[in-house]
Design a protein around this ligand. Structure first.
Ligand code: NAP
Length: 464
């Protein structure tokens, strides 16, 4: 029997990596197996990179080592950012992934020209266009989320026509290159036009829609990598890119559905522009507020409490205090559940991850559809730093920008308590009529501090 060749070993490693990538996506879809999914993805990526390093076509390691060191130097600090900065971190990862796909495509062109076939030119052209626009688009998205760039949509007359014309120009240049791949003068122009299109694509989109845009850019980066897999004849890259591309796309669809928005509305609707005040001005309306002692008294008298976490809980890092509150209430025999809106926070699963970090039992976390029927039988809906996802205007005010978005029906609870620092709006930038209802009590303060005060009051107060 002949000995196994290096090439066969490499193919075997790629095959195992491919299977692991598929399993990783499958396992990541459930909290029970998510850790296994992360591990499988890491092992798959290490196998794919390791096997590639042993490829006999690699002749010198010097530059590979230098780039590995630079990559690790950028990647390690990026991996240590705070949880609330994960969306912009993810945008940066996509930017780098797309840049590398575009650069490999560009080098394939220059190494091959003038002998690049028309078919390869088509693959390279499409891959480089998607990679380049994803690179600049992701940088703009990261800048908006980090608030280095203005979050509001930057719009002007005829914008969509201009943007689509630029995309059309990039595609026409790619077609011209397919007709004559040796026309080297057109190639850098095509790359430049695609880079400009990435900027034009994302600047008119408001900060509130950035998570959806990032997920979409994630899918573009994945498809660009899959196309690169065809260019390089790498099956593992085709599979990993396709998985990345399709899962990013599915996630964007899920987010759009959760906000009751269409794709075109997210991409071209310039959502998040300053709204003209509708109805009575916020300052004319009165709200009722209470301190920790009164709020703790109401909670102590309840039989059922539903906690609604949102972005403010994440910013305040209040999840561990929320766990203490959960323990204090449960100890008194009060039923405590958590209502999780699919777009609460700044990324899908944001609340689930934070509450899991604080070891809150997973079976107490209820999805919106599951919990909404419970609110009329709920004594207290305690909202911690959530706003838009509880806004009843989404059900009743046709003129509201979030009209039609499914929300948590907290207003149907007997008492609503809202922990937030002031009367600032949420990410959509609109007023919330919930705060002016007769049975709503505003608990003004930082989420972590206020929840801590509630825990102290409950510990000091009498039993249920
Ligand atoms: P939100 O509407 O953005 O409201 C967060 C609230 O938290 C603010 O009103 C703010 O009020 C309060 N807050 C901020 N810091 C706080 C602190 N330290 N302590 C207490 N409160 C604090 O949040 P949300 O209800 O979670 O809604 C998420 C928004 O993001 C939605 O508009 C959603 O459509 C959008 N979005 C999310 C995703 C996703 O995947 N999750 C995707 C796309 C879009 P004060 O400043 O007055 O304290």
């Amino acid at each position: 029997m002949s000995a196994i060749s290096t090439e066969q070993l490499l193919h075997a490693a790629y095959l195992v990596a491919t299977v692991l990538f598929i399993l990783a996506i499958k396992w990541l879809s459930s909290p029970v197996s998510a850790r296994r999914g992360v591990l499988a993805g890491e092992v798959a990526a290490a196998l794919a990179v390791g096997a590639t390093l042993f490829n006999p076509e690699v002749v010198a390691y010097k530059w590979i080592v230098v780039t590995l060191i630079i990559g690790a130097g950028v990647g390690i600090p990026l991996g240590m950012v705070h949880m609330t900065a994960v969306p912009q971190r993810t945008a940066l990862s996509h930017a780098f992934g797309a840049l590398s796909a575009a650069l490999v495509g560009i080098s394939e062109y220059y190494v091959g020209v003038p002998h690049v076939s028309r078919f390869s030119m088509g693959e390279i052209g499409l891959e480089v266009i998607i990679g380049s626009l994803t690179f600049t688009g992701s940088l703009i998205a990261a800048g908006k989320l980090q608030e280095i760039l203005p979050q509001r949509p930057i719009v002007y007359r005829g914008q969509n026509i201009v943007s689509l014309s630029v995309l059309g120009a990039a595609l026409l240049l790619a077609i011209a290159l397919v007709v004559n791949p040796a026309n080297t003068a057109l190639f850098p122009v095509m790359v430049a036009v695609a880079l400009v299109f990435g900027v034009l694509l994302v600047t008119p989109i408001g900060g509130a829609d950035m998570p959806t845009v990032i997920s979409l850019l994630n899918s573009y980066a994945g498809f660009s990598a899959a196309l690169l897999g065809f260019v390089l004849n790498s099956k593992v890259l085709v599979v990993a890119g396709a998985l990345d591309g399709s899962s990013g796309f599915i996630l964007s669809v899920i987010m759009c559905k959760a906000m009751n928005r269409s794709f075109t509305n997210v991409m071209f609707g310039a959502f998040g522009q300053i709204q003209a005040a509708a109805g009575p001005a916020a300052e004319e309306r009165v709200v009722r507020s209470a301190g920790a002692e009164e709020a703790a008294g109401i909670l102590a008298a309840a039989s059922k409490v539903v906690i609604v976490p949102g972005y403010g809980m994440a910013v305040a890092q209040a999840q561990h205090k929320v766990r203490e509150l959960y323990d204090a209430l449960s100890k008194r025999g009060i039923e405590v559940l958590f209502a999780i809106h699919p777009v609460a926070g700044r990324m899908p699963g944001h609340m689930n991850v934070l509450l899991a970090e604080a070891d809150i039992p997973y079976d107490k976390l209820k999805d919106m559809d599951e919990i909404n029927g419970d609110f009329p039988q709920t004594d207290v809906a305690l909202i911690i730093g959530a706003n838009d996802v509880t806004n009843p205007a989404a059900r009743t005010e046709k003129s509201s920008p979030i009209y039609g978005m499914p929300i948590l029906d907290v207003d149907k609870a007997r008492t609503v308590m809202v922990i937030k620092r002031g009367m600032s709006p949420g990410f959509a930038g609109i007023d919330n009529p919930l705060y002016y209802l007769d049975h709503t009590l505003m608990l003004f303060g930082d989420a972590k501090k206020f929840v801590g005060d509630l825990v102290r009051e409950l510990a000091g107060g009498s039993g249920h």
